[in-house]
Design a protein around this ligand. Structure first.
Ligand code: HEM
Length: 222
């Protein structure tokens, strides 16, 4: 018996991991099509964003004096830095596209209906989280485009009557875009949103496995 199987058996006798493995990977699924891979593709990109994002934090410095230079340094000096940054940058856009396509598939197939309402609800939270990642991440390179896009974006957030100014102050950490804004966006981008993504994705996937995937809807024969 190969060593891997022996180790696997040894562990299974103690922690029963094969039950979990079978429930995830050997569960029965209806005959589906390629559109059902959009959720897993989004999951794969989330993993890519997590790994490349962690690697970027090794050199990225979230202060107005250093942010721009540290991003230039990553792109031009760090070996493979251009690739890691490129994967994170394009991965972010691809994730927004895929999460929307996944949602459109769910809408068109009516997969949000009973008993999958909570899966849908967790999906809505995930959509907001993905948009939050995009919004906060855009400021981090601290170049002209980032600065002015966030100036406009936060101003829009501050437009509701009565509470608008209060929202603007919270988002910017003051009246203007400053070091506090950058620190705030960085904190939300690398701590708050990833923690929420991890938790809500776990619930989302748990529900997908527990309830089972929906079948492709068919027209009733008369
Ligand atoms: C980070 C974002 C997301 C990830 C990683 C993700 C992941 C997944 C995966 C792997 C599946 C099973 C395979 C599939 O149906 O494609 C799934 C199913 C599902 N997702 Fe998502 N999802 C995300 C966002 C969303 C959004 C934005 C919605 C809707 C608002 C949503 C609603 C659903 C529903 C209702 C199902 C069950 C579909 C069925 O049973 O046919 N998800 N998701």
């Amino acid at each position: 018996m190969i060593l891997a199987t022996k180790v696997g058996d040894w562990l299974d006798e103690r922690v029963k991991w094969r039950q979990v493995w079978d429930a995830i990977f050997l569960r029965k699924v209806p005959k589906v099509n390629w559109l059902y891979t959009l959720g897993s593709a989004t999951l794969f990109l989330a993993l890519n964003q997590g790994i490349t994002g962690i690697l970027l934090t090794i050199y990225y410095v979230p202060t107005p004096d250093n942010a721009y230079d540290s991003v230039q340094y990553i792109t031009t000096q760090v070996s493979g830095g251009w690739l890691i940054r490129g994967l994170h940058h394009w991965g972010a856009s691809a994730m927004v596209v895929l999460v929307l396509l996944h949602m459109i598939r769910v809408i068109i197939y009516g997969a949000y209906k009973y008993p999958r309402e909570i899966t849908w609800f967790t999906g809505v939270v995930l959509l907001l989280v993905v948009m939050g990642f995009g919004f906060t991440g855009y400021l981090l390179p601290w170049d002209q485009k980032a600065f002015w896009a966030t100036t406009v974006g936060t101003r829009i957030a501050g437009t509701p009557p009565l509470i608008g100014d209060w929202i603007l102050q919270i988002v910017r950490g003051g009246q203007e875009l400053t070091a506090v804004t950058l620190a705030r966006f960085y904190g939300v981008h690398v701590w708050f949103l990833p923690a929420t993504l991890l938790l809500v994705t776990a619930i989302h996937i748990y529900l997908v496995i527990r309830i089972g995937i929906s079948a492709v809807p068919k027209r009733e024969k008369k």
